[in-house]
Design a protein around this ligand. Structure first.
Ligand code: FES
Length: 160
């Protein structure tokens, strides 16, 4: 399940303008991707094509970079982003059960967005809060020492 990206002409124009600016300096790819993520909220294939054309790079290269860095996403994110840490400290304390609970509650898999566009569920690596393991975040809020029960409570609050 995914949310389709709608690109307006203004957004495309802005991206091309940004690319033209970045091309004046060495290493234009990363700042371009950063801008694309900000403008569109994600960098799907149709946006990668524009970047590839404007920078004279292959789509394979652009796609490789987009999929390598977790700060770039291929699909638009939902209104709320739930990220469950599957780093070692969290994993050994049961974060897999927490993410499995969210999958059941949201009826989606990892790195997917609900059809209504309300929630995106992400798996993350260590976010540096191992002392609170297992940890998940909802937007800017951090939930430590979590369990499937915490997941249910937070989900209930978000959907009330
Ligand atoms: S392993 Fe989850 S916060 Fe470090």
């Amino acid at each position: 399940m995914s949310v389709k990206l709608e690109m307006s002409e203004d957004q495309v124009k802005l991206l091309k303008q940004k690319i033209a600016e970045h091309k004046q300096k060495p290493g234009p790819l990363m700042p371009t991707l950063h801008d694309a993520q900000t403008i569109f909220g994600c960098i799907p294939l149709e946006v990668q094509k524009i970047i590839a054309e404007e920078l004279g790079e292959s789509i394979a290269k652009i796609n490789g970079v987009v999929t390598f860095y977790s700060r770039f996403t291929l699909e638009p994110k939902g209104k709320h982003v739930i990220s469950v840490c599957l780093g070692t400290a969290c994993y050994v304390r049961g974060s897999q059960m927490v993410i499995d609970e969210f999958k059941k509650l949201l009826n989606i898999g990892s790195n997917q967005t609900t059809e209504d566009g309300n929630f995106t569920l992400m798996e993350t690596r260590c976010i540096g809060a191992c002392g609170l393991a297992p940890v998940f975040t909802v937007d800017d809020d951090v939930y430590g020492t979590s369990s499937p029960k915490t997941a249910r409570e937070v989900f209930a609050k978000l959907t009330e």
